[in-house]
Design a protein around this ligand. Structure first.
Ligand SMILES: O=C(O)C(=O)CO
Length: 313
């Protein structure tokens, strides 16, 4: 019997569950639909994609039997979920399994930007330690005011770690959460004005595009530190570069960028910025857990017709 097809859009590591998938589905790596026969196109039931792999409506439109999109990751701004919803195509992501590692990365960037760790590494490696003026001072993190933008699962995991640093914490969200005790700040500008350090953990996409604009950056101020582990689109990158260049913002720790993997030269030229190549979830353990959950979603769909962790937005 011909098996339905799982069309794999993202390049993924080996995983033992692929053997189970391959018992039920034919798995094809996607290059271009022109490489599939008309008969194969009609058998594509599942798209195996990732949070950083474009999964547009134009692709869904070409696949008449498409039933589910199973994505490795939590961000869904790369998937046209509106088009999927309209066609009744289920979408699954991998919630929770990456919270700890993404939160750890937010803290790593925060501590690095404040204490100038990467900059000091460059300084020591360049043999500059014996210079008369020394390396200079960083900024204290413990006891400071931390503002979190987006208090979802990842934002809350970041927030919980702040108690170990004796920090005061406030958050801004679409709406206040009633299941947490942290102070809700309805105005993003006021949060930025209050905070010493602001971490962005909001969803990407149209609803948050350019949310961190010049006014927010100015409110965070010349001693303020901005950390972004969410999506580059949430921050107005040109405004961020100008604020850092002109000393209107103190420092930044960035894991995500507007047009990644392109990072503007102006940003790379700034010493007070720590840059990471969108690797917040990139640990052996977490990437393995994300792929395991994605493949469980496909197997669950095969057994029951429903994915395991459907996206609910
Ligand atoms: O899961 C996500 O949304 C990512 O950005 C990949 O780690």
């Amino acid at each position: 019997m011909t098996r339905p097809i799982v069309l794999q859009l993202a390049s993924l590591a080996q995983h033992p569950s692929f053997d189970d998938i391959d018992r039920h589905f034919e798995r094809l790596a996607f290059q271009d639909l022109t490489e599939l026969s008309a008969q194969q196109i009609e058998r594509v039931q599942i798209l195996l994609t990732s949070a950083v792999t474009p999964t547009p409506a134009s692709l869904m439109d070409r696949l008449p039997a498409l039933k589910a999109i199973c994505s490795v990751g939590v961000g869904y701004d790369s998937i046209d979920i509106h088009a999927a919803k309209q066609r009744g195509i289920q979408v699954s992501t991998t919630p929770d399994v990456l919270n700890d590692c993404v939160a750890d990365m937010a803290w790593a960037l925060m501590l690095d930007a404040a204490r100038r760790l990467t900059e000091s590494d460059r300084y020591v490696r360049a043999g500059l330690w014996d210079r008369p003026n020394g390396f200079g001072l960083g900024t204290r993190v413990s006891g400071k005011k931390l503002g979190i933008v987006g208090l979802g699962r990842i934002g809350q995991t970041i927030a919980r770690r702040a108690s170990g640093f004796d920090m005061e914490l406030r958050y801004h969200n679409r709406r206040p959460r009633h299941d947490v005790a942290w102070h809700y700040e309805p105005s993003l500008i006021e949060l930025a004005d209050w905070a010493d350090i602001m971490v962005i953990a909001a969803v990407g996409g149209d609803e948050t595009r350019g949310l961190i604009n010049i006014d927010v950056l100015n409110a965070l101020g010349p001693k303020g530190i901005l950390v972004n582990i969410a999506r580059g689109s949430v921050v107005d990158e040109s405004a961020l570069i100008a604020a850092l260049q002109e000393g209107r913002l103190g420092a930044a720790g960035l894991d995500v960028f507007e047009n990644e993997p392109q990072v503007p030269q102006a940003l790379r030229d700034l010493n007070q910025v720590v840059l990471a190549p969108h690797t917040a979830s990139a640990t052996v353990e977490t990437r393995e857990a994300m792929l395991t959950l994605t493949l469980e979603n496909i197997l669950q769909y095969q057994k029951t017709g429903k994915v395991l962790t459907p996206l609910s937005v």
